[in-house]
Design a protein around this ligand. Structure first.
Ligand SMILES: Cc1ncc(COP(=O)(O)O)c(C=O)c1O
Length: 393
């Protein structure tokens, strides 16, 4: 039994790490040092806010250190690292500031918004009414004038920027006045673009008018799987007060220590990393477009994030492409969103993006023989086993 479990994990690692090109935009890789903290003794321990548990003197320092770094990296007044995921950070945010029947304005899943916020998700759990932003599919962005009108008319309690299919910065600044006028609370679900925000290449939500920025710490942000919330004092403190006892009892200190080290990496290497991620996405998009793939938003420079969108017209069609790519060890989702976070972290630059585009073309357009192409992909990824943008340890 033990051998079976260990063997499955080994097989997974051998395949996904050593043999595959990973283009899933919600995934990334941790540095060896960050990863090692996940298996530290911290993962066995309890703390509590009222000092019930002894033995926490170093853990308490890690918590403060992590919060300090998060405030610096995101230019925020408060920070909290306890949220177990980006989804739970959304939940903490909505439940703190909205009451049943309040309206929430966010990007609809039809336009690339996060389904977990939508009707089947948190807004139904919290009995909120959800309204979609007016959106231009051509520009893949919120249409500002109509959105301003809608805010003034519908008077949402909460406005949430951010999305799962997220190519261009959202108009936080442009909508600030209208949101203020109706006293809406503006949050930014930065799950996808958190590493780009930390690296100062995308947008700076807290400077542009959002009161709260939160999200996953493992997508473009290269930390362990989990969540983070940073905010101004007025909105951050009430959320902090509710996290325990409403959402997290014992925090996961191994994850928080790992996240703290990832924040230190981000502070030091984040700008260089994030600029390369975006440059790689733009290079990949252009190369794919030149081959004739349906890359969205060519007229707007394709993307300013870590994502490239191949618009096949729906998940069913996308799935056909994603399955074909998986057979040659290129991993994508059925969206088809292609992400450049992990390949960048493994040290790839523009030349490698052109090579990846060529592999994709040889698979999906030329329909080259599977085994030969798979071998070539495996040989290619062999040279990118190190993790870059981190401290030498
Ligand atoms: C915009 C957005 N928010 C939240 C989440 C949920 O994040 P997590 O998986 O960390 O709970 C996702 C998931 O992909 C997402 O795309």
């Amino acid at each position: 039994m033990i051998e079976d479990i260990l063997s499955l994990v080994r097989k997974h690692e051998d395949w996904r790490v050593r043999k595959c090109i990973n283009l899933i935009p919600s995934e990334n890789v941790m540095s060896p040092a960050v990863r090692s903290l996940l298996s530290s003794d911290l993962g066995h321990r309890y703390t509590s806010t009222d000092g019930f548990y002894m033995g926490t003197k170093f853990i308490d320092k890690i918590e403060l250190y992590g919060e300090k770094l998060a405030k610096e990296v995101f230019e925020a007044e408060t920070a909290d690292l306890r949220s177990l995921s980006g989804h739970i950070a959304n939940w903490i945010f909505l439940s703190t500031f909205a009451n049943p029947n309040d309206k929430v304005l966010c990007v609809s899943p039809d336009d690339g918004g996060y389904p977990g916020l939508w009707k089947e998700g948190l807004t139904s759990l919290l009995r909120l009414r959800v309204v979609g932003f007016p959106f231009s599919k051509k520009r893949m962005n919120i249409t500002v004038n109509e959105a301003v009108e809608l805010v003034l008319r519908e008077k949402p309690r909460i406005v949430v920027f951010g999305a799962s299919l997220f190519l261009f910065p959202h108009p936080v600044r442009e909508m600030g006045k209208a949101a203020n006028e109706v006293s809406a609370i503006v949050g930014f679900d930065g799950s996808h673009v958190l590493g780009l925000i930390a690296g100062k290449t995308f947008q700076r939500p807290l400077k542009e008018g959002a009161c709260i920025l939160y999200g996953s710490t493992h997508k473009s942000f290269f930390g362990p799987q989990g969540g983070i919330i940073v905010a101004d004092k007025e909105h951050g403190e009430p959320m902090k007060k509710r996290i325990f006892p409403m959402f997290v009892d014992n925090a996961h200190w191994n994850r928080i220590a790992a996240l703290t080290l990832a924040l230190a990496e981000m502070k030091t290497f984040g700008n260089e990393y994030a600029e390369q991620v975006v440059c790689n996405a733009q290079t990949l998009a252009k190369a794919l477009s030149d081959y004739g793939f349906p890359v969205k938003c060519a007229e707007y420079g394709f993307t300013r994030s870590h994502q490239v969108w191949l618009d096949y017209g729906g998940y069913k069609q996308g799935e056909v492409a994603a399955r074909k790519l998986e057979k040659v060890n290129i991993i994508a989702d059925c969206g088809v969103r292609l992400g450049t976070c992990e390949v960048t972290r493994r040290g790839m630059k523009e030349g490698e993006m052109e090579k990846i585009a060529e592999f994709i073309k040889r698979r999906l357009i030329d329909e080259e023989e599977t085994e030969r192409l798979k071998k070539e992909v495996t040989r290619f990824i062999r040279d990118f086993q190190r993790v870059e943008y981190c401290f030498e340890t």
